[in-house]
Ligand binder design. Structure first.
Ligand SMILES: Cc1cc2nc3c(=O)[nH]c(=O)nc-3n(C[C@H](O)[C@H](O)[C@H](O)COP(=O)(O)OP(=O)(O)OC[C@H]3O[C@@H](n4cnc5c(N)ncnc54)[C@H](O)[C@@H]3O)c2cc1C
Length: 416
């Protein structure tokens, strides 16, 4: 690979920590498998191939690995601004660390006021009404967007409808001590990675006619690879930010176009000790006085903090309003619930802006069921695909991880 000297040395240094991955037959700018994207899918694939003694290089556009699994520590405690919930299972075991309690069922808050038991009964009725309307619409017009046909009228209906439409593909389960992003970075620590390297295009035309290498063109040089695993977000692939020669099949391009990204912003706000005055690990779901639906994880692990979660249009609006808008929005929302004293206790905030991030262009995606296999299908004989959209239960860490292992197995078979 024609690399500048420093990053190349960094690559060698990373490789030096990994036992016996160098295949002598390959030159410095040649690898067995180039992996495009250092999120969980790419790192899982890389780790499996390193264990199989393949010469691997992950090419990652950002200056860090982990993609949409990232832990921020600038508030003095770990905050996952991307993936935050993990259920016990194979991935949790692989990531290691202690699973911590997720949120307890908390309150529903409308315009700053928690619902009383009587109001909760009204909310439950509104919820039933909205569920019935959505079910009825889907039975008559399966592809219709409920937002285009159903108008919720009351705040109860608005909140219920927003929760129905924005149900994430993962369950709100448990947190991981130290953060999921930090654990994903540890999982990938021994995989050779070249950071700050955006992949522009790959040329596999030669490989299909018996040629040995696929050419991977990046912002920092060109690499020759015997096989390639594309582990980039669907938004990057579908948005034309990556070129393929030969071009991707029409079927794959249609599947990419049919897979939009959801929007989600996580805003962590830290306070002076004792604030907010609320029980630990409470989950508050609500709608602000301005009509914005939100969820809040209050006093996570009993910290003096709240993590506010916005989805859909609310997330897009806050992200578009600039870097400081998220903290201000969170503080206004929390002042409605806990009183304006909370403003004086404000210590700082961090927020994600996944929709404005050129390397994710959104939060997660759930393709139509029939598109998953098409997205995961190889392109020619030696270009494979991994990522959250390309396995069962798409849009989750579990899917990203499983797809990475599957793509690594495919690459291994192809290189035999
Ligand atoms: C706010 C939020 C909350 C979430 N919460 C949960 C949760 O609680 N539980 C759960 O299971 N899932 C959750 N998810 C989803 C989960 O984070 C993703 O499904 C998963 O991390 C995707 O992994 P991936 O490897 O497929 O993609 P990514 O993590 O996006 O990795 C792709 C990598 O490719 C890189 N890249 C992009 N373009 C290029 C290029 N041209 N060249 C080189 N590199 C490039 C990116 O920088 C990135 O590192 C959440 C996501 C978000 C955004």
């Amino acid at each position: 690979m024609r690399l500048s000297r420093r990053p190349f040395l960094a690559t060698l240094a990373a490789a030096a920590t990994t036992p016996a991955i160098v295949t002598p037959a390959l030159a410095a700018d040649e690898v067995d498998v180039a992996i495009l994207g250092g999120g969980l899918a790419g790192l899982a694939a890389g780790r499996a191939l390193v264990a199989d003694r393949k010469k691997v290089l992950v090419l990652e556009a950002r200056d860090r690995i982990g993609g949409r699994a990232v832990t921020d520590t600038s508030l003095g405690f770990p905050v996952d601004t991307g993936a935050a919930w993990l259920a016990p299972g194979p991935l949790a075991k692989e990531l290691g660390g202690k699973l911590l309690p997720g949120p307890d069922v908390g309150a529903i808050v409308l315009s700053g006021k928690p619902l009383t038991a009587e109001q909760m009964a009204d909310y439950a009725k509104a919820d039933e009404r909205m569920k019935a309307l959505v079910k009825d619409l889907h039975s008559r017009m399966p592809d219709a967007d409920p937002a285009a046909f159903i108008r919720p009228l009351t705040p109860n209906e608005q909140l219920s409808f927003s929760r129905l439409l924005n149900k994430p593909p993962f369950a709100v389960t448990q947190a991981l001590e130290g953060g999921i992003g930090a654990a994903v970075a540890r999982l990938g620590a021994k995989v050779p990675v070249k950071l700050g390297t955006r992949v522009l295009r790959i040329n596999s035309t030669g490989s299909s006619s018996g040629g040995q290498f696929i050419e991977v063109v990046t912002t920092t040089g060109t690499l020759q690879a015997r096989a390639v695993i594309v582990a980039l977000p669907v938004s990057v692939l579908g948005g034309g930010h990556m070129g393929f020669a030969p071009p991707l099949s029409q079927k794959k391009r249609d599947a990419l176009a049919a897979t939009p990204m959801a929007s989600c912003t996580r805003i962590a706000v830290a306070f002076q000790p004792g604030m907010p005055k609320a029980p630990a690990n409470a989950w508050v779901t609500g709608i602000t006085r301005a009509g914005v639906p939100f969820d809040a994880f209050v006093r996570p692990q009993n910290r003096d903090a709240v993590i506010l979660v916005l989805e859909s249009q609310a997330a897009r609006q806050v992200e578009e309003s600039g870097a400081n808008a998220s903290g201000a929005f969170a503080l206004t929302t929390l002042a409605e619930i806990y009183g304006s004293d909370i403003r004086a206790a404000f210590r700082g905030s961090v927020a994600s802006r996944w929709g404005r991030d050129p390397y994710s262009l959104g939060a997660w995606c759930v393709p139509p069921k029939a598109a998953v296999a098409t997205l995961a299908a190889p392109h020619g004989e030696r270009v494979f695909f991994a990522g959250e959209a390309m396995a069962e239960n798409p849009g989750t860490l579990d899917a990203a991880y499983a797809s990475g292992l599957r793509a690594a197995a495919e690459a291994k078979t192809a290189l035999r």
